[in-house]
Ligand binder design. Structure first.
Ligand SMILES: CC(=O)SCCNC(=O)CCNC(=O)[C@H](O)C(C)(C)COP(=O)(O)OP(=O)(O)OC[C@H]1O[C@@H](n2cnc3c(N)ncnc32)[C@H](O)[C@@H]1OP(=O)(O)O
Ligand SMILES: CC(=O)C(=O)O
Length: 490
């Protein structure tokens, strides 16, 4: 069965505490959601604000393939705002549990039914598609749930959804509820699962097995409290674990959209998150890396390329020589068996001291074992910065390049950028690309020691370099020049 997906990153996802997206960011995310094959995009809640309505309008003007919805309470005021935004459909959210009806809305069940029915009428009279979502549906008696749904369907609702608003379903109860609803209801049924007990994705799968033909999810699982069912886990899980289901999603685009949403929302992904986490396809331990090199299926259930990613071998205490050899070759370092063993032993000595072993450390260890002495072509003699809240950051640098002293200047968007630009304007830096810049404060306070790690590329050669200083500008320039010297050697 083909499963439809309603993405609610722009509505429930944006309800993540502290997250607020600009209209442009929402449009960029919606464009990508449409491109990768999401069927329904809940673009926001039109009632919320002028800016929210602008975002929704920008999206409805795009002529996307996906149906565009807005969240709406069963109130004419909310529906009017949805109409003003020209959406195709509304996610009409009707609270159905006793708790929500009596304690939150403070009305009777009869009044709730009347409110729901007349809201559906109003939507249908104005040409809207209606997905009626039972809020707190998982804590609602099944008979009343059926009554709300059948009433709504009689009034023209096109789809219904059961919301596990506080995430209390288990795979067993989810399967059972959806099975009972599926036997009774003949419009498409959707599920909306929250992750309060870490079960949102499992409950979504159970709902599909019980008869749901649509699910709600968010990119990276962001959303209220512990979040919603994660889009990438649901989609890839369906692909790999449930051959009876399919989706319309271009799976290899999943990592791209995950990174886009993380960047715009500022909600970064935990490293061990399935599918999109930094470590999802990273291997440190020797036994795993060796297995992977021989046949990747030994320790990976899906290939990283499936979801637009690459496998990584990480340097560290648990590594063995097979994985280390691959990592060294990636860094352009070829070693014999003895040298490999020595490098591996040295890494373990460092790691046993509790240190994270980086590529920079690996390069230094390898140079030491291979007795390579890099002759530096560039030496930094002096760097001077002018910066403040009213001046364009400007830097001047004195360098010795191949024995000749050179003075150069540059400007930038900040002092670090200005200093790097000042260094960079010499011909010797041509064709060198910055591919990563990472800053850590090693100690606390404003007098912290700053550790800058960068990655540079020239042609096929990629190297990492480090600068550690109390001053971020000195640390950055030092890392940069050290990296360039390494790239220019041999
Ligand atoms: C489970 C979910 O994710 S629900 C979606 C949550 N999303 C949002 O809240 C969207 C953003 N919200 C907002 O901008 C504001 O809350 C607004 C504009 C919707 C309402 O603001 P206010 O009028 O100031 O009310 P406030 O937010 O404080 O309280 C919510 C009101 O909506 C009522 N309400 C809540 N849910 C529903 C519903 N599904 N149907 C009808 N009424 C509802 C509440 O009973 C309360 O009404 P009351 O003032 O009569 O007691
Ligand atoms: C509607 C919704 O977001 C919920 O019930 O969780």
């Amino acid at each position: 069965m083909n499963i439809k997906i309603l993405d609610t990153t722009l509505r429930d996802g944006e309800q993540t505490p502290g997250v607020s997206l600009t209209p442009l960011e929402k449009l960029r995310i919606a464009t990508k959601l449409d491109e990768i094959g999401v069927n329904f995009i809940e673009a926001g809640s039109a009632i919320t604000s002028d800016g929210e309505r602008q975002s929704i309008k920008d999206i409805t003007q795009q002529n996307f393939n996906a149906e565009i919805l807005s969240f709406s309470r069963p109130l004419e005021m909310d529906i009017d705002y949805c109409l003003e935004c020209d959406v195709d459909a509304v996610n009409l959210v009707v609270p159905t549990s006793d708790l929500h009806i009596f304690d939150k809305l403070k009305i009777t069940k009869e009044e709730l039914l009347a409110m729901s029915n007349s809201a559906v009428d109003y939507c249908k009279d104005h040409g809207l598609t209606v997905e009626l979502s039972a809020e707190d549906g998982s804590r609602t008696g099944i008979d009343f749930l059926k009554t709300v749904y059948t009433n709504a369907i009689e009034h023209g609702a096109d789809r219904v959804c059961l919301c596990d608003t506080v995430g209390i379903l288990t795979p067993e109860s989810s399967f059972e509820m959806f099975k009972q609803l599926n036997e009774y209801i003949d419009v498409p049924i959707s599920c909306h699962c929250h992750n309060d007990f870490g079960l949102a994705v499992a409950n979504t799968f159970a709902a599909l097995r019980g008869g749901a033909s649509e699910f709600h999810s968010t990119i990276n699982g962001i959303g209220e409290r512990a979040g919603n069912a994660s889009f990438e886990e649901c989609v890839v899980g369906i692909y790999k674990l449930f051959p009876q289901f399919s989706t319309d999603i271009k799976i290899h685009e999943i990592y791209t959209i995950s990174k886009l949403v993380a960047r715009f929302t500022g909600v970064y992904i935990q490293p061990n998150k399935a599918i999109v986490g930094e470590n999802a396809f990273a291997h440190e331990s020797g036994i795993h890396s060796d297995g992977i090199i021989k046949n990747a299926a030994t320790y990976e259930s899906i290939t990283p390329e499936l979801v637009g990613r690459k496998r990584k071998f990480v340097i560290g205490k648990h590594m063995g020589t097979h994985g280390l050899d691959v990592r060294l070759k990636e860094l352009g370092v070829n070693v014999n068996k003895n040298q490999l063993k020595k490098i591996c032993d040295n890494i373990k000595i460092l790691a046993d001291k509790g240190k994270t072993v980086t590529d920079v450390d690996l390069q230094a260890i390898a140079d030491n074992v291979l007795e390579i002495n890099h002759k530096d072509r560039i030496k930094l003699n002096e760097v001077t910065i002018v910066s403040g809240n009213k001046v364009m950051p400007t830097a001047s640098v004195k360098l010795t390049v191949d024995g000749e002293e050179i003075l150069n200047a540059g400007v930038g968007i900040g002092p670090v950028d200005a200093a790097i630009n000042a260094v960079n304007s010499l011909d010797i830096f041509n064709d060198i690309d910055f591919i990563e810049y990472h800053v850590d404060a090693i100690t606390g306070g404003t007098d912290a020691l700053i550790d800058v790690i960068i990655k540079l590329q020239k042609g096929d050669k990629i190297i990492s370099a480090r600068g550690t200083e109390p001053d971020i500008i000195n640390a950055s320039v030092k890392a940069y020049i050290s990296g360039v010297n390494r790239l220019l050697s041999n």
